[in-house]
Design a protein around this ligand. Structure first.
Ligand code: NAD
Length: 487
């Protein structure tokens, strides 16, 4: 039986406690949600062993149809317990209920349905050929699961990003060991209950809690029984994971950080651009990998745009996530708040004009203990400033003017990262030229965060390796084997 007052590990369909605990804290008011049982090398080893055993048990013999049915049952199970998932996600992250109920939880369920259907309908190639002696041969490709897949997750969209990987991994017949972020153990744990409720065989889905270095994360990525590692998080962590994966030449999929640009041309639909750029900078309190921290605006509309974005930022209302008038949550933790505030100070020291924000909002009562910062806009920084070069992952952006299209492209590309960009223009030619010239994995035109889950997702440059999404996920979660039959 699960201890509902704590976050235990979920190994081989059972709840596993450990002696080492750490606190899961609510970022809204600093209150304790509950202790988390940290997995050590032994628990990680047990989870990998359980996953391996599941592959040679009934799960390994499931037909595609049966797996598909089970994945739909998991999605239904999330739907049935929607309020529990919502409460767990809000407690861990402090994000507004309006956001979590429209995005995080529905997408968590949708990820299972989507990949179930993709696997059900996936085709592989076949080629007939003539043999040298005048006979015939047929080549066909078959997909087999990689085996045990380690899924290491961040805290910003916990259920959504975890199921984005667990969904296709299970659809393809793998078994997984998930390491949720130490900041957000809730929904991964709850998903263990759903797995048992809908009859997923033990060992197919395992959860180990803990930190990265010298804890569950590193034990998992270094474990020789893991066949592939899929990771979402910071670029520096991705580098460490890639090193671990080098042992045994194991495949990695890395969805990493970004320092994304929005480019706003004078001929854009002004109101839509302000709305889209504002959402991209401040949604989820700026803790979105696809968020915008660099905004470049063509000079004729620069002052008007800055004023409009300022008004948008100042209209955001921080507060209790369950208050339906509230649309701005805290940062994930005090530690992350210290990091973000250090950039707020750095911007001032580097001579930025603080258009709005730049500090901490006044919160009443218990909320004063939460990890709040103000939405912040700067202008006037040199492009070489760390505030413009480094990923802050907070509700903030710098706005700079540009004159020509070439200049805008050069500014957007002057980054070690290449996750995404958004371009706002009324000219279709400009749109196509920019989409081709900006070195990113995703380019939005007159939109942001519009996601069709069948499309390839991933970053260029230091923002990642590989593409997931739609059939592209199958390439990571399966091994393609060619069979050649002579006849
Ligand atoms: P993080 O890299 O600090 O941690 C991510 C996960 O890795 C956590 O579970 C952590 O415990 C684990 N970890 C840390 N060190 C490890 C190690 N040495 N070995 C194994 N595991 C280790 O990232 P975060 O702070 O949780 O998330 C924010 C970052 O994630 C930002 O950089 C953001 O851009 C990025 N992100 C990227 C995408 C994307 O799709 N590209 C999506 C969301 C977030």
């Amino acid at each position: 039986m699960r201890d509902k007052t704590a976050f235990q590990n979920f190994i081989n369909g059972e709840w596993v406690s450990t002696e080492r605990h750490f606190d899961n804290v609510n970022p809204v008011d600093g209150s304790l949600i509950g202790p988390v049982h940290e997995a050590g090398a032994d628990e990680v080893g047990a989870a990998v062993k359980a996953a391996r055993a599941a592959l040679s048990g009934p799960w390994g013999r499931f037909s595609v149809e049966r797996r598909v049915e089970l994945l739909h049952a998991i999605a239904d199970g999330i739907g049935r317990r929607f309020d529990d998932f919502l409460a767990a996600e809000i407690a861990d992250t402090g994000k507004p209920m309006s956001l979590a109920s429209h995005l995080d939880i529905p997408r968590g369920a949708a990820n299972f349905r989507l990949f179930a259907d993709i696997v059900k309908n996936a085709a592989t190639e076949s080629f007939g050929m003539a043999t040298p002696d005048g006979g015939h041969a047929l080549n066909y490709a078959v997909r087999s699961p990689r085996g045990v897949v380690a899924v290491i997750c961040p805290w910003n969209l916990p259920l959504l990003l975890m199921t984005w990987k667990v969904g296709p991994a299970l659809a393809c017949g793998n078994a997984v060991v998930v390491k949720p972020s130490e900041e957000t153990p809730g929904t991964a744990t709850l998903l263990g209950e759903v797995m048992n409720e809908v009859g997923v065989p033990p060992g197919v889905y395992n959860v180990v809690h803990g930190f990265g270095p010298e804890s569950a994360g590193e034990h998992l990525s270094a474990h020789g029984g893991v066949n592939a590692i899929t990771f979402t998080g910071e670029t520096r962590t991705g580098e460490a994971i890639m090193k671990s994966a080098a042992r045994g030449t194991r495949p990695v999929s890395l969805e990493l950080g970004g320092k994304n640009a929005a480019i706003v041309f004078a001929d854009c639909d002004f109101d839509k651009a302000v709305d889209g750029v504002g959402r991209s900078a401040f949604a989820n309190s700026g803790q979105v990998c696809l968020g915008t921290e660099r905004v470049y605006v063509q000079r004729p509309i620069f002052d008007r745009f800055v004023a409009a974005l300022k008004a948008g930022a100042e209209s955001l209302r921080p507060g209790n996530p369950y208050d339906k008038h509230m649309d701005f949550g805290p940062l994930i933790s005090q530690q992350h708040r210290r990091k973000v505030l250090s950039y707020y100070e750095r911007a001032r020291a580097d001579g930025a004009t603080v258009v709005t924000g730049g500090g901490v909002p006044r919160m009443e009562g218990r909320l004063a203990e939460g990890s709040w910062v103000q939405p912040t806009i700067w202008t006037g920084l040199a492009e070489s400033s760390a505030v413009i070069r480094e990923e802050i992952f907070g509700p903030c952006c710098h706005i700079a003017p540009f004159d020509t299209e070439d200049e805008a492209i050069a500014l957007a590309n002057a980054s070690e990262y290449g996750l995404c960009a958004s371009v706002w223009t009324g000219d279709i030619g400009t749109a196509h030229r920019l989409a081709a010239a900006i070195d990113v994995g995703l380019c939005w035109i007159n939109s942001w965060f519009l996601r069709d889950l069948r499309t390839p997702f991933g970053g260029a440059k230091a923002s990642g390796i590989g593409r997931e999404g739609g059939v592209h996920s199958l390439d990571f979660y399966t091994e393609l084997r060619n069979v050649c039959i002579r006849f």
